[in-house]
Design a protein around this ligand. Structure first.
Ligand code: EPZ
Length: 418
């Protein structure tokens, strides 16, 4: 199992271009089967979640070609409507294929996608949304059989603004005659990007980014060449890396307009941030000030995917902080390892109380989930000595060679066989 070896104590400085967003690429890859024409994505990061999604599409019969960072999907030969069990357990995002497969075949079979370290990750809202479009859902023996023969446009209401469930219903409705309205929809920027992508293929989706999305069915979608939006979580993670090391970095291709909550918190901690369209410059103070309170919420609230990185920053800031994780039930998995590095974090349920310390110390720690692993790397950048972060493969799910990105900013980090 590969690990990252991080030598702490170096300020990060320099400039980097932000990769395109994992959480836009995954639903866009799923939506690419809504047309039988070729879809060309001009810039896809080399992350394992995207590679696994491409493998699932291939198993279902699509032709998927990768050339550098370009990915071409041609689903004319798509024949599979049963999601491969082996892969769908491997990545949660396979559930995004439910809506598009139903749209193509009017039937789908999927296994319960793997939960993961941050929570049970149920799919009841996905199934509720599809039932609102007339899909018959039968669950037996861990398999979910969906019969879409009577599918029709309609109204879907979500008790909770689930990102994936919103995207699934959007994709299921694009080719349904009539108007489908999603109420209490998730408002994440990646959903706006999915709307842009679908409309670039000839779809008629309006309202993404607000709590009400309206999809007017069209007969057919055509192929498209498309560049997904930049990754606001990768951008936030790189800013956090500069912040924890007292450094100064510039980011191009940065989705600054989608990062208001994160930039606000970093400024509260004493960072000076200059923003322009698609550009961010951050200069960190010698020592961060504690932000005091942080609560994660659905967008436009503070993003849960940046909570873990901010906890690492808070652990070395001046003062005390309280972090409440309102979105997932188990997203402090890495606090124990931070404490082994000298942090003083007390977790209880969805709340963590942090007493900032002057110094962290290198240790052998283990990534348990994608963002928790990234947070441990950030702590290693600050720690005195060397930190070994095991299970680098979990970090590779959402960061394209994080070690290369951080090295380009002056960090001393390398990948080793664990
Ligand atoms: C997406 O996951 C992202 N993943 C997550 O990013 C992100 O943390 C999350 O949205 C919230 O922003 C992708 O886009 C591939 P949800 P998703 O449905 O769609 C509960 C990362 O690190 N829920 O909004 O699964 C769920 O358990 C990942 O990049 C139900 O109860 O998020 C969670 O507590 C992690 N029933 C909450 O809602 C459902 O049917 C938010 O889930 C669906 C979700």
């Amino acid at each position: 199992m590969e690990a990252f070896l991080v030598e702490g104590g170096r300020k990060l400085e320099g400039a980097l271009k932000v990769d395109t967003a994992k959480n836009a690429v995954l639903p866009i890859l799923a939506a690419s089967i809504l047309t039988e024409d070729a879809v060309n994505l001009t810039d896809v990061p080399h992350i394992t979640d995207a590679e696994n999604m491409a493998e699932i599409l291939t198993i279902l019969g699509c032709q998927v070609e990768k050339q550098g960072r370009c990915m071409r999907v041609h689903s004319g030969s798509l024949h599979g409507w049963e999601m491969p069990d082996r892969l769908s357990k491997q990545i949660r995002s396979s559930i995004f294929l439910l809506g598009p497969i139903l749209s193509r075949f009017r039937k789908a079979t999927v296994t319960y996608p793997g939960g993961c370290e941050i929570g049970l990750r149920p799919i009841d809202l996905h199934l509720h949304g599809l039932r609102s479009l007339g899909v018959q859902v039968n669950e037996e023996g861990g398999l979910i059989h969906c019969d879409g023969s009577q599918m029709r446009s309609g109204d879907a209401y979500f008790d909770y603004p689930s990102v994936g469930a919103t995207e699934n219903v959007m994709m299921a409705a694009v080719l349904l005659p009539g108007v489908t309205t999603i109420h209490n929809a998730a408002r994440e920027p990646e959903i706006v990007d999915l709307q842009r992508f679908i409309n670039a293929m000839g779809g008629q989706v309006r309202g993404a980014g607000s709590q009400t999305i309206e999809i007017t069915g069209v007969k057919k979608l055509h192929g498209v060449t498309y560049t997904p939006m930049p990754d606001r979580i990768v951008a936030g993670t790189l800013l956090a890396a500069a912040a924890i090391t007292g450094g100064e970095i510039e980011l191009t291709n940065a989705p600054e307009g989608d990062m208001v909550a994160v930039l606000s918190k970093l400024r509260e901690m004493g960072c000076t941030i200059h923003e322009e369209p698609a550009f961010l410059h951050l200069k960190a103070p010698e020592r961060l000030r504690a932000f005091g309170q942080l609560q994660t919420q659905p967008h436009p609230g503070f993003p849960t995917d940046m909570q873990v990185q901010m906890l690492a920053l808070e652990s070395v800031a001046q003062g005390m902080g309280v972090v409440v994780e309102n979105v997932f039930e188990n997203r402090f998995t890495h606090a124990g390892d931070l404490n082994r590095m000298g942090a003083r974090i007390l977790c209880s349920g969805r709340t963590a109380v942090v007493q900032g310390v002057e110094q962290l110390y290198g240790a052998r720690v283990t990534a348990r989930d994608l963002r928790g692993g990234a947070a441990l790397v950030l702590a290693g950048l600050k720690a005195q000595g060397v930190t070994q972060v095991e299970q680098a493969n979990l970090i590779d799910r959402g960061y394209d060679h994080l070690e290369d990105q951080l090295t380009a900013l002056g960090a001393k980090i390398k990948r080793t066989k664990g």
